[in-house]
Design a protein around this ligand. Structure first.
Ligand code: HEM
Length: 406
């Protein structure tokens, strides 16, 4: 899977597809904190949505929102009361919508593909190569826009290489992934993109079955746990989920981390000087500004959470962003502080559906941040541009990060 650096990847401009990001809220945290203080679990949608941006995924169903760390983790660890099957309409049926034995079996099969040995090989053979190649393109200029030039391309290229896709297909893969994510705002385009990706993966899978290689798709096609293997449709569904789950989240979380460090230059300098702070900085970035503000569940029976009864059929917004800043768990929770005493955040979820890719995401971010600190000395915001900001309601990250270095 080693590739020559000389091959040119035709660029796809991510910002052509402007309507894929739901909501443009810059600072949701004061409203979420006020709501959390009124009660950990409450009837009603999150206070944040204005009438236009809220999407009613189950018309007529009662709506609840979990704000506190206790309420959020209680919902996520109880799949017998709170299911994620509601998302099947959006993503098709994937591991996220499964429950019980089916979920355990499926999770064991796909987790096998993300085993420690595979991760170590990906770190060694491809992550450093991808990040260096991206940085090569702007390092001599002394300035960059880190979202377009680095964080947007990095995870999609890592996943494309893990899947063993040919380089000429990267821009198509990236475009279709983003179009698919816009399914809530543009259903026709989203569904067409999902179909196109399935057709594309069908061809790739057929090739891999004929001629297995050392990539994830070959691995998924042969892995067996307790006599079970994955069907072709299950493999397509998993590959389809990898894009929103593995690419969108990681690109946004690394942008959020760089935003946090660039707007706290003393902490950026501390991390650059002492690389044992890279891991705590990544965890603090994930806690402080998670790329996904909400998860969603549907109640499948009546349940009580933090003193509130949530009725069967209710839709529950699970507010990751509010739980990560719960003052009963974190001191001075709105402060970004890489030296904070670490306590597990809920950015990767909780309970049986907790993120399968979290070790991969952490590894990618570690490789990217170390490369940035090694190759872009004296990194700072470019004063010629407006100060950066994070925006978004469903997905959050900075639209741009203009920097200078050297
Ligand atoms: C910073 C980056 C990431 C974040 C914040 C993140 C977050 C999450 C969250 C919150 C969940 C639980 C969803 C729920 O319970 O409804 C989840 C599940 C999942 N994630 Fe991630 N993720 C990240 C990166 C990745 C990567 C890199 C991959 C794979 C390449 C991945 C694959 C998955 C899969 C397959 C699931 C479903 C697990 C299941 O249903 O059992 N994620 N992720």
């Amino acid at each position: 899977m080693t590739e020559s650096r000389a091959e040119i990847v035709p660029r796809f401009d991510p910002f052509e597809l402007q309507d894929t990001i739901l909501g443009d809220i810059r600072d949701p945290f004061p409203a979420l904190a006020a709501a959390r203080r009124r009660g950990g679990m409450q009837a009603g949608p999150p206070d944040l949505f204005d009438d236009d941006s809220e999407i009613d995924i189950a018309p007529g169903a009662p709506v609840f929102t979990a704000y506190s760390h206790d309420a959020v983790t209680a919902v996520l660890r109880d799949p017998d009361a709170f299911s994620s099957s509601i998302l099947a309409d959006i993503l098709g049926r994937t591991i996220l919508q499964m429950g019980g034995d089916e979920h355990r079996r499926h999770r064991a099969l796909v987790s096998h593909a993300f085993r420690t040995k595979a991760l170590a090989r990906w770190e060694r053979d491809l992550m450093g190569l991808v990040v260096d190649e991206l940085i090569d393109q702007f390092v001599d200029s002394g300035r960059a826009e880190l979202v377009r030039d680095l964080t947007f391309d990095f995870p999609v290229q890592v996943i494309a290489r893990i899947l063993g896709l040919p380089r000429r297909d990267y821009p198509m893969f990236q475009r279709r992934s983003i179009e698919m994510l816009s399914i809530l705002v543009n259903p026709d385009r989203g569904k067409a993109a999902a179909r196109a990706l399935d057709e594309y993966f069908a061809g790739v899978l057929e090739n891999r079955r004929r001629q297995p290689s050392d990539d994830l798709i070959s691995d998924l096609s042969v892995t067996e746990v307790d006599g079970h293997t994955l069907s072709d449709d299950e493999i397509f569904a998993f590959l389809r989920l990898l894009l929103p789950a593995g690419v969108e989240t990681t690109y946004r979380s690394s942008g959020n981390l760089l935003y946090a460090l660039l707007t706290h230059p003393d902490q950026l300098r501390a991390v650059a000087a002492d690389r044992s702070l890279v891991t705590p900085a990544i965890e603090e970035g994930l806690r402080w500004e998670p790329p996904i503000l909400f998860l969603i569940r549907n109640a499948i029976r009546d349940a009580e959470v933090c003193g509130t009864t949530v009725p069967d059929r209710a839709i529950v917004n699970v507010c990751i962003g509010a739980a990560n800043r719960d003052e009963s768990r974190y001191d001075d929770p709105d402060r970004f502080d890489v030296l904070r005493q670490s306590r597990q955040h809920v950015t990767f979820g909780w309970g049986p559906h907790m993120c399968i890719g979290m070790h991969l995401a952490r590894m990618e971010t570690t490789v990217a941040l170390n490369a940035v600190l090694d190759r872009l000395p004296d990194l700072r915001l470019d004063p010629a541009f407006e100060p950066p900001f994070v925006q978004g309601t469903a997905f959050r990250s900075p639209p741009a990060l203009h920097v200078r270095f050297g």
